[in-house]
Design a protein around this ligand. Structure first.
Ligand code: ADP
Ligand code: MG
Length: 394
């Protein structure tokens, strides 16, 4: 399939010594150490590809939201240390992002040498998309590889700015993400189902609007289900609902019916008297006053599992309950298992959904688990991302 973006194979490496690679090392840190290294591992194929060709690799990323100032708690130093363990080789760490000292460190690197720059967002110019900052980053290398899928929806200096100054290409992670997600935006095998959960309706409007013409079924769980149920006059007790989104929910249901999409909402629920991990959990068909729905119920989970078995393409974004708490994780686990068992194409997008699938040990049984939450939704909605646009073939 032709991606219409520049890939690694397109880069002319004849005169290239060092490659600047924008990765997504935005990992959770716990007490100064990397908590989950999934995103670091996701960057390895491109790193190996570049090193195998004798190239020096300059890795850059953001971490958290330091708001343009140095925040020692958000240094990428622990990430560089974890990377060194993973590749079992030396990794140099630059305590800055641009400038003569960093340039000197890059010059001193041996062939195949790896350097990690400090957090890009320590410099306020990164999120502003400042062109001078992009130019300074570009000075560090002879070519640019964009492999930070999770940041591709941001028009930041290291995403959309650098490609203006260097020959640029997508890395292997971005290529894999784009291939997997594009399959969902073109002609997909049917029945095609989307499962949406998670907390906020507003986050998912765009994706519902763009998927409605293409999908056959929409399963709505998680907290957002209660807004849809309430909009239809179903009692939701003290469940989390967005009362300013009730009309919107009705409009989205209407849109789905225009496109002949079956909409499935939960018909039983795991409820508790308070939003608390240790609150007593019970299963109900009708939510009473004082009860909060914290997961889809077992009958709903079973019905949805059966329905999903018939589907040839499944896209899932957003947990179906408060999966972080064991008593309310059953619905999310059941749906993760249904996707794992499916012989069709299964794509999971979204930070928390991906974390859930990883926690259940089912990630490698999916066709694709996207590393990007916001980026995967925006790509499905619009079929384009600012970062992709920057490396399109013209
Ligand atoms: P993703 O990161 O996969 O896109 P979201 O960020 O939209 O997902 O939503 C994830 C959050 O939604 C989780 O923290 C989960 O606990 C929460 N959630 C899911 N169901 C409920 C519910 N019924 N009530 C409250 N929070 C919920
Ligand atoms: Mg989330």
């Amino acid at each position: 399939m032709s991606l219409k973006i520049h890939t690694l194979e397109d880069l002319n490496l004849d005169k290239v010594g060092a490659v600047l690679c924008r990765v997504d090392f935005n990992v959770p840190l716990h007490e100064g150490e990397v908590g989950d290294d999934t995103r670091i591992r996701a960057a390895l194929p491109t790193l190996y590809w570049l090193r195998e060709r004798g190239l020096k690799v300059v890795l850059c990323s953001h971490l958290g939201r330091p708001k343009g100032t140095r925040d020692p708690a958000l240094s990428l130093l622990p990430v560089a240390a974890r990377l060194a363990e993973l590749i079992e080789d030396e990794v140099v760490f630059a305590h800055d992002t641009v400038g003569d000292e960093v340039l000197q460190l890059v010059r001193e690197l041996p062939e195949r040498g790896v350097i990690v720059l400090e957090n890009l967002r320590f410099d306020p110019r990164e999120t502003k998309g400042d062109d001078e900052f992009a130019r300074d980053l570009a000075r560090l290398a002879d070519a640019f590889v964009l492999d930070a899928f999770g940041a591709m929806h941001r028009a930041h200096a290291s995403v959309t700015g650098v490609p203006k100054h260097l020959p640029s290409a997508a890395g292997l992670l971005v290529q894999a993400e784009v291939e997997a997600l594009s399959a969902l935006t073109r002609v997909a095998a049917r029945p095609y189902a989307a499962i949406l959960g998670g907390a906020k309706v507003a986050d998912k409007i765009g994706v519902i609007e763009s998927l409605a013409p293409r999908i056959d079924r929409l399963y709505i769980g998680g907290a957002m289900a209660y807004t849809f149920l309430k909009a239809q006059g179903v009692p939701t007790g003290s469940s989390r609902t967005e009362d300013d989104a009730l009309d919107l929910a009705l409009r989205l249901i209407e849109l789905c019916s225009t496109h002949n999409v079956q909409v499935h909402l939960p018909h039983d629920h795991v409820v508790a008297p308070s939003f608390d991990e240790n609150a007593p959990a019970t299963v109900v068909q009708t939510i009473q006053d004082g009860q909060l729905g914290l997961d889809i119920g077992p009958a709903t989970a079973e019905a949805w599992q059966a329905g999903l078995q018939e589907c040839r393409t499944i896209f899932w974004n957003g947990p179906l309950g408060v999966f972080e708490w064991e008593p309310f994780s059953g619905g999310t686990r059941a749906i993760a298992k249904a996707l794992a068992a499916s012989t069709g194409t299964t794509v999971v997008g979204g930070g928390d959904s991906a974390a859930a699938v990883a926690r259940f040990g089912l990630a490698d049984q999916m066709t694709h688990v996207s590393t990007g939450g916001g980026a995967s939704l925006e790509f499905l909605e619009r079929g384009e991302l600012p970062g992709l646009h920057a490396i399109r073939r013209r």
